[in-house]
Design a protein. Structure first.
Length: 497
């Protein structure tokens, strides 16, 4: 299949580029520069993108073998790398950050559909001071810096076409794909075929921890397609699920025709979490107990592999990608203890949520699974700020149910990314009946997002918030105050801890 290869020079840029090109229906792979030399020469690779990155090309020798005779587009750092490689000059400049105007100075297929003057997103301090011999400048910024250049089928752009703040960025990537003569053919069905084919190579038994969420369900269905009954789905109830969730998960798998081994280990999890304050410690405990329970099953099932529905954002945010810092150790990635020895299979590791949704639809999974909100691996434990207690767990569980029910009723649930309740240790004086009483504060968080990398709070109608608040304070006697979380991500994260 025609492939665009994105060479990752660090940070989160490369995967965003890959994602945009995949959205155009073109198969795209991301590789590290050390692996580029053979990858760029693979026959199916029809074009190469050199991503942005945090480094400076003049600080080190550029030894990576990333150039071939194939159409190549360098972005930001990639643009400067092209300049250095072919004999241009890169210097430290005054920096261009954020929305910046550029002027096109030449007509070129790369800019088909662009006006002479356009707004683009820049984020750089270094700049190409002199293009290499034979390169033509295609666009300049207001500072007179080279914003785009070309020689033959090698293009460099200083700005970031992959971010939504470059309004015609996606069009530029589409033009590049056209220049490379690649026609879109990467459909969800192709993705399924490719994943299943890879999974068919697995020889031993595989256990899959399922949770009813879309990621683990899709992983289980794909594995089941590939290796049938050698894929063993295990559902561990950690006692941190939303109301009615364990029953729902079991009936879902029954309807999919996949046998599930159900283990109710909730007491084990809850007793270990009791009174734990630190959030990362809660994650660690859930990971540890999970691994303990799991390894027991694994022994019984004689399994060699553990499959998980890890997605790309989980990998980035746990610091699993070069150039990105650890923000939280997500259960799927960082939460498993070092002694846990099973080999991991993560067929969705390269995908974003919306791509997994497309795959789920193509697999014919019920709507209820496809549109269900993401739910963290460590469950409601990460929605309890401060000391973990069973009382707070019950409060969060009941309050979350109310939030979900009211959003369903208002027709808002399907339109938002996640919606839930959080409880901490803060209290608020209340009057219930004629009595003053201290009660918990419940925080309601409702966000919209494309892929959880960034998020914004949803402007929910006041009447809906009012109903949520009234129901929570009247149906949960320990709560006296409901607040609404109105910070975006960044600077906040989606979950409270
Ligand atoms: P944050 O809070 O980091 O969340 O903005 C981003 C997305 O990841 C989910 N999340 C988790 N998922 N284990 C998971 O499997 C975790 O420990 C975890 N923490 C956060 C969160 O619900 C959101 O969708």
């Amino acid at each position: 299949m025609d492939t665009v290869l994105v060479i990752n020079f660090g940070g989160q840029y490369a995967h965003l580029v890959a994602r945009r090109i995949r959205e155009l229906g073109v198969y795209t792979e991301v590789v590290n520069p050390e692996d580029a030399s053979t990858a760029v020469r693979r026959e199916e690779v029809k074009a190469v993108v050199l991503s942005g990155g945090p480094s400076s090309v003049y600080l080190h020798d550029v030894t990576y073998d990333v150039f071939s005779n194939k159409p190549t587009l360098g972005i930001c750092y990639g643009h400067q790398l092209i300049a250095k490689k072919f004999g241009g000059v890169v210097k430290r400049g005054k920096g261009e950050f954020g929305k910046t105007k550029i002027q096109l100075t030449q007509v070129d297929d790369l800019f088909q559909g662009w006006d002479r003057e356009e707004v683009v997103w820049m984020s750089h301090q270094d700049y190409v001071a002199e293009p290499p011999p034979g390169f033509v400048t295609l666009a300049v910024s207001e500072n007179g810096y080279i914003a785009a250049m070309r020689s033959g089928n090698i293009y460099g752009v200083q700005f970031h076409p992959e971010v939504s703040h470059t309004p015609k960025g996606k069009l530029l990537l589409q033009n590049f794909v056209k220049i490379a003569k690649i026609s879109p053919s990467w459909t969800p069905e192709d993705r399924i075929g490719k994943i299943v084919k890879n999974l068919e190579n697995i020889t031993g038994n595989v256990v899959i921890g399922v949770s009813g969420g879309i990621d683990s369900t899709v992983t289980a269905v794909l594995l089941h397609r590939a290796i049938k009954d050698r894929a063993k789905a295990v559902f561990i109830n950690h006692g941190l699920f939303r109301e009615g969730e364990p029953e729902r998960v079991l009936s879902l798998f029954k309807s999919l025709g996949i046998d599930v081994i159900y283990i109710d280990a909730s007491e084990k999890f809850l007793s270990q979490l009791e009174n734990v304050v630190d959030c990362e410690e809660k994650r660690r405990i859930v990971g540890e107990v999970f691994a303990e329970v799991f390894s027991q099953v694994v022994k019984e099932l004689n399994a060699e592999y553990l499959a998980q529905g890890t997605l790309y954002p989980d990998v980035i945010e746990s610091g699993g990608v070069r150039g990105s810092d650890k923000i939280k150790s997500h259960h799927n990635v960082g939460g498993l203890p070092p002694w846990f020895q099973l080999k991991l299979i993560e067929p969705l590791r390269e995908f974003y949520k919306d791509e997994v949704r497309a795959i789920a639809r193509a697999l014919g999974l019920p709507d209820e699974v496809v549109t269900r909100h993401p739910f963290p691996g460590p469950g409601l434990s990460v929605r309890i700020i401060g000391k973990f207690t069973r009382e707070k767990l019950e409060i969060v569980r009941k309050a979350t149910k109310i939030v979900e029910e009211e959003l369903e009723r208002a027709g808002v649930y399907q339109k938002v990314w996640q919606a839930f309740a959080v409880v901490g240790d803060d209290v608020w004086v209340g009057v219930k009946g004629d009595r003053r009483s201290l009660g918990y504060i419940v925080v309601v968080r409702i966000v919209e997002s494309e892929d959880a990398m960034t998020a914004d709070w949803v402007r929910v109608p006041h009447e809906v918030l009012e109903r949520i608040s009234t129901r929570i304070t009247s149906e949960i006697p320990q709560v006296t105050m409901v607040t609404y979380a109105i910070s975006s991500k960044p600077p906040a994260t989606i979950e409270p801890c």
